[in-house]
Every structure is written in structure tokens, then in C-alpha cells.
Design a protein around this ligand. Sequence first.
Ligand code: SF4
Ligand code: SF4
Length: 195
Amino acid sequence: MSNDTIFQLRPGRSCGACTACCIEPTIDSPELKKPPGVRCPSCTGKGCAVYEARPAVCREYHCLWRMTLLDLGEEWRPDRSGVMVVPEERDIPPGFEPFGYRFDLIGPPSVGLWPAALTWDPLVILMATAVELNIPVFLGVPAPPGHTGRKMFMNYAMVAGAKAHNLQQLRDALIAAYQEGVHTPSPEIVFAEAV
Ligand code: SF4
Ligand code: SF4
């Protein structure tokens, strides 16, 4: 299956009021640079103030909720679910499929608590299903604004719970990974000045 086929936009679906990808990711393109977790200056909170003239990097980017690859229902829209699902091909250990998914929790990190999305059954079940199929899954743990989040590889931690179909065991694995990620210092992103 070609990338053109698997990365088709889902017909009839639009971002609506979601602006998660205008805040959460690092954007480092010639036209726009923005650290992670920091709102783009053009983001109004309801949309893009320069939508018709937005940079190519924004025109070309869509999270997997906008795609046909996974059957993510309306409730998965990132601003509703608290999680942004993106493809992930990097840092996959040997023995797993070469293409996986990263489930980025959105919003600032919370120490001592965890985001509700982390124990949301649809998230837990989708990750467990992927684990059973040997598809790599990562949990994206946010860091303070301006800092890179942590990417936690979850297959080893979730495999026992996935095989046993034990939701509580799976939730516990996710919470433990979140707590580890949120306590791990992360570097601040600094963009070099153009010379
Ligand atoms: S995160 Fe997804 S749904 Fe939200 S604005 Fe970006 S592409 Fe649209
Ligand atoms: S330019 Fe517009 S679409 Fe691009 S990140 Fe900023 S607000 Fe979002």
C-alpha cells in the first residue's frame, strides 16, 4: 500500500475548533518556527488568523484523526479527547513492525496527577490492540512549554495486559509511563538565529 493510499484525508472531516497542532508540536520550517507546547502567534484559539496564507508546513500537516488510516470517531478529535495520534517510524526496537503510532497527550504536564485521556478506555483499547498485533506504540508525555516531550515506547510494558485483556493492568502501565516521562528532564528547544 503506498503512502498516498494510507494517508488519505477522511472525506467530510475538518479540524473545527481544534488547534492542537498549532500549539503542541515543534514547528521548524523556513516560514515558521515555534517551540513545542507554545501557541503559534497566528493561532486565535479557535482557528488560524492567516488561514488562507498559512505556511506550507501547516497546509500539509494533518494528525491521524483527519486521515482514513485509523477509524477514529468524532470523540477522538484532539481537543475533545486530549490526545493527538500521529504516525511514528523512528526509535522502533528490532522485532516490531516498522511503522507505528504515537499517542501525544496534549496540554501541559501535571506532576502527581495524570490527564483523563490516559485512562480513557478507547485509547487504552486501541493501544492494546496495536500491541497485540506487534505494532509499535508510543505515549507522548508533554513537557513544560518550550521543552521537548518524552516519547515512551509502550509495547513491552503493555504486552501482558494486552494478552490478558486486563484494562486495569493496561491503565497502570500507561500511568507508570506517564509518571516516569513527566519526571524526566527534557531539553529546551532553541532555534538558531539565521546567519
Ligand atoms: S491536531 Fe488534527 S484535528 Fe487538530 S487542528 Fe491539527 S490536524 Fe486538525
Ligand atoms: S500559521 Fe496558522 S495553521 Fe500554522 S501553526 Fe500558526 S495558527 Fe496554526
